[in-house]
Design a binder for this molecule. Structure first.
Ligand SMILES: Nc1nc2c(c(=O)[nH]1)N[C@H]1C(S)=C(S)[C@@H](COP(=O)(O)O)O[C@H]1N2
Ligand SMILES: [Mo]
Length: 287
């Protein structure tokens, strides 16, 4: 990861999507609105590729406990076109075209393993249904490169998945292994990172009410470039913790080494908490 000078991605409030355009309308109206060019939604209708992402759980419902009016969402078009997904290129504009050139994110299998009583391999859509469907939460997230976005994420609390996996007492950490397909994904044939991209959380942090598995953005299935069909979101930590396109979740006894720590341990730690002393999680989504 290059450390870059701050960009102007901290958008002025005037550039953000007005709340009424996505929060207060019935979902079907909202989809119509975003599909046909409301202000702040330059994206237009869904492409066929976008429709291939995991679709279980939609339409989703806003969780009012995780919708702070002070957080003004970044427009859909920006959230889904300015990306960090090194597997598909290091330029912010590369993941969107490169991850939509035939890379298949459905069907998709996720494996739960390690120190748990319910090891399982499960289809991503079946997993969402097992988790009771999807809800929407608005979180800010920050990249260590000094830019941030506010996204309405759809998905389910990671704590639900942990309860389903049923960890044994020896399990103290959770790891997230993301997909590895060097044959079809050129970036993964390079040596920029130690593939596959790999992240971890302490079990109690993973069980925190804010820790989330996202399967959508703005009420739509999550696009490939944002980590279809499921990716991690932990709003009090930096974006590099948010492993995208996860294939395996393991429960382990010892603190693992995450991808960026392996590359540059002095700059990227394991906890990577945003401005929070001791890496502790906040009580609300306003981070
Ligand atoms: N598999 C994978 N996951 C990843 C990355 C990556 O390169 N590969 N980059 C991380 C970084 S540094 C950030 S800031 C976020 C960016 O997520 P976004 O593109 O959806 O905004 O994804 C994280 N997850
Ligand atoms: Mo990042």
């Amino acid at each position: 990861m290059l450390i870059r000078t701050p960009q102007n991605w901290d958008l002025p409030e005037s550039a953000a999507t007005p709340e009424r355009d996505y929060l207060l309308r019935p979902r079907r109206d909202f989809l119509k609105t975003i599909g046909y060019g409301a202000a702040g939604m330059a994206g237009g209708a869904l492409t066929s590729h976008e429709l291939l992402a995991t679709t279980a759980g939609f339409p989703t419902r806003m969780n009012p406990d995780h919708r702070d009016p002070a957080l003004k969402p970044t427009p859909y078009e920006l959230v889904t076109s300015y990306n960090n997904f090194s597997d598909f290129g290091t330029g912010k504009d590369e993941p969107k075209p490169n991850a939509n050139k035939g890379w298949k994110t459905e069907p998709w299998t996720v494996e739960l393993g390690g120190l748990i009583r319910n090891p399982v391999k499960i289809d991503a859509n079946d997993l969402v249904n097992k988790m009771g469907g999807a809800e929407q939460r608005v979180y800010r997230f920050r990249c260590v490169e000094a830019w941030s976005m506010v996204s309405p994420w759809d998905g389910f609390p990671l704590a639900k998945l942990i309860a389903f996996a049923d960890p044994k007492p020896e399990a103290k950490f959770v790891t997230f292994t993301t997909f590895n397909d060097p044959k079809n994904v050129p970036g993964q044939r390079g040596t920029a990172l130690d593939w596959p991209y790999f992240e971890g959380l302490r079990l109690d942090e993973a069980n925190h009410d804010l820790s989330f598995i996202a399967t959508g953005i703005y009420g739509r299935p999550i696009p490939n470039q944002n980590g279809a069909p499921l990716r991690l979101v932990v709003p009090w930590k930096y974006g590099f913790k948010y492993g995208k396109s996860i294939v395996k979740i393991d429960f382990v006894a010892k603190q693992p080494r995450n991808t960026w720590q392996v590359l540059q341990a002095r700059e990227y730690g394991f906890y990577a908490g945003w401005k929070r002393a001791g890496g502790r999680a906040p009580n609300s989504c306003r981070t």
